[in-house]
Design a protein around this ligand. Structure first.
Ligand code: GLA
Length: 380
């Protein structure tokens, strides 16, 4: 059954009447620009064809009644700060409601049933999709769409900060809200200027190889990485690593711990790589795009230390198979590699990755084709 029909059926079972509106928002990939968003650098993401979809209808109880099909759990909560639900999935919805209210927006009680097909813990930002889906929906249902799209993304980001314990940047929510079919987006995370880049390569495919090693950013050292970056920026007397060049960083190297130095070095190099990849894409130079992806993997693995054995293995394997570019994607500590694969190598690469990974780690990785799609939307 289609996701929408399934949601409608369960909505009717749970709440007795049909008649809600449908909304969806997307997961994301990121071609390059990792851990640069909270350093006010550049990112280069795109929304994908995997979504969270919800049916929502206002009720007159002043409470939210929510059912998650995938987790098979029901939650009910009020809209005041003291009403925070216990279930972590429900806190995302609660957080979005609270962040809208804190900004002077309107949220009233509603009933909702939702589901998704974004693999959890794969680094594809299922949580940002959930936040963006509800932020978009509540803007439409209760605020006459008066909240602008950047604010919707920020509502999702603040939800992560204030209700989920992750001090994330803006990339995931931005991608989920602003995503456009067949386009990647270069976002300058300092002034939030962005540009769409057509992305429909004719001789390459983007393939995700999901190690199925799960990561939970809250318990992971994600926030610690951010603290390292902020420490270095502060020591150099600038607002963020955006303002730091490699020469400057090297000149002050003795002022930081070796660990902080390596974290900052990665970020400073990565923000340049985004610009280089955008320029290469405009020239159609996929070899250069791929080289930069491998460099990012090296940096994330050796300097930023957010990779893991399984993902290093997958990136190494891609290189051996002649894949143009490969790297760990997203926050790290598990999840996927993103691979830029020449069409004629695709089948062989996937078969080898499945076989060799399974031999070594006892389970096959999951493979997803990337289809760059639209972001948050109402579905009629
Ligand atoms: C997670 C965060 C993003 C970003 C990436 C790393 O996905 O939510 O804000 O920092 O990690 O690039």
């Amino acid at each position: 059954m289609e996701m929408k029909d399934k949601i409608a059926k369960i909505f009717l079972e749970k709440f007795g009447e049909p008649g809600g509106s449908f909304y969806a928002s997307a997961g994301r990939i990121n071609l390059i620009g990792e851990h640069t968003d909270y350093n006010e650098g550049y990112v280069f993401p795109g929304a994908i064809d995997k979504v969270i979809m919800a049916e929502i209808r206002a009720n007159d109880n002043g409470i939210v009644r929510a059912f998650s099909i995938d987790i098979n759990e029901y939650a009910e909560f009020g809209l005041n700060e003291k009403d925070a639900p216990a279930q972590s999935w429900a806190r995302y919805i609660f957080g979005v409601c609270r962040e809208i209210i804190k900004r002077g927006g309107n949220v009233q009680g509603f009933d909702t049933v939702f589901a998704g097909n974004i693999p959890l813990g794969a680094g594809l930002s299922s949580s940002a999709a959930l936040e963006s889906c509800f932020a978009f929906a509540l803007n439409d249902l209760f605020n006459d769409n008066s909240i602008d799209k950047f604010e919707l993304a920020k509502i999702g980001q603040s939800t992560e900060h204030n209700y989920c314990g992750v001090n994330c940047g803006i990339m995931d929510q931005f991608a989920s809200v602003f995503g456009k079919k067949d386009h990647l987006m270069r976002l300058d995370c300092r002034d939030l200027q962005y540009e769409y880049f057509p992305f429909a390569p004719t001789h390459h495919k983007l393939v995700l190889v999901d190690s199925r090693v799960k990561h939970e950013l809250k318990d992971s050292p994600y926030n610690k990485r951010r603290e390292s970056c902020e420490r270095v920026a502060k020591a150099l007397g600038v607002p963020s690593l955006r303002d730091v060049s490699l020469a400057q960083l090297n000149a002050s190297r003795i002022s930081f711990s070796d660990e902080d130095y390596r974290r900052a070095k990665f970020v400073v190099e990565e923000k340049e790589r985004v610009l280089e990849v955008c320029a290469a894409l405009e020239r159609g130079d996929y070899e250069e795009v791929g080289r930069k992806m491998y460099e990012t993997h090296e940096g994330l693995s050796k300097d930023y230390e957010v990779s893991c054995e399984e993902l290093d293995f997958l990136a190494g394997l891609a290189r051996k198979c002649g894949v143009t570019g490969s790297r760990i994607m997203g926050g790290g500590f598990g999840g996927c590699t993103i691979n830029l694969v020449p069409d004629n190598l695709c089948d062989q690469f996937i078969a080898t990755a499945k076989r060799d990974f399974c031999e070594k780690y006892g389970h096959e990785p999951h493979i997803y084709d990337v289809i760059i799609s639209d972001g948050a939307r109402r579905i009629d």
